[in-house]
Design a protein around this ligand. Sequence first.
Ligand SMILES: [Zn+2]
Length: 246
Amino acid sequence: MTAHRLALLAAPEVRALAAAGAPALWAIGSTEQHGTHLVTGFDLASAQAVCDRAAERCPRDVALLPGLPFGSSDHWLPLGATWSLSPTTLVSLVSDVARSAAAAGFQRLTIVNGHAGNIGPAVTAVGGLVADTTVVEFLSYWTLVDPERIKALSPSDGGGVGHAGEVETSIALYLGGLAVDERLPAPAGKELSEGPGSSDPIIRAPRPLTEAPSGVYGNPTTATRELGELMIEAAADRLAAHLTDA
Ligand SMILES: [Zn+2]
């Protein structure tokens, strides 16, 4: 048992973790509509599941920060059921948490993201930090898994994460408690070949009202528990190995 939840510790224990060189792990997500079938807190729950497992598997002490339940989700505001931080707010928020980690004496802060809309602001924040004493790093959990292994289990979405599509619905089936079971399988949404998650090098602003009015990018109908297990467990293994070697 090497996972330490900072919010449940008093200051002396937190200071001791920092002094001992424990890496800090911070899951960030969103609270946003995830189609008719997944809960609005899905993105933090999935990123947190990866962090929790990685911390348990790492032979070192790991400090788990309280996860961030809000993300940059302006694109889903028109569909309701969404709470969004503007991109500039998220840049400031990530910068402030990183500065605090450094001030608290942590030598490493690893931000584990569960929401694609957070990538731009978080990368901007990390790029703006001058981290002489603290290493600040950012990743989205799905990038920790070999894309070929994802593809092999992803007949509809080709390994693309999308939004409430094949990959996320599979994770919900695996973790439990993140889907409304009687609404599964949910209908297919916007095909990923033309949306977020495609291999198209051109980045376009999402237009959810015209291209994904159901709130789904991808196809949840082919989700499997097996794909969900791969996404969470392989990501956690890789993250644990990274924290062990870091
Ligand atoms: Zn999501």
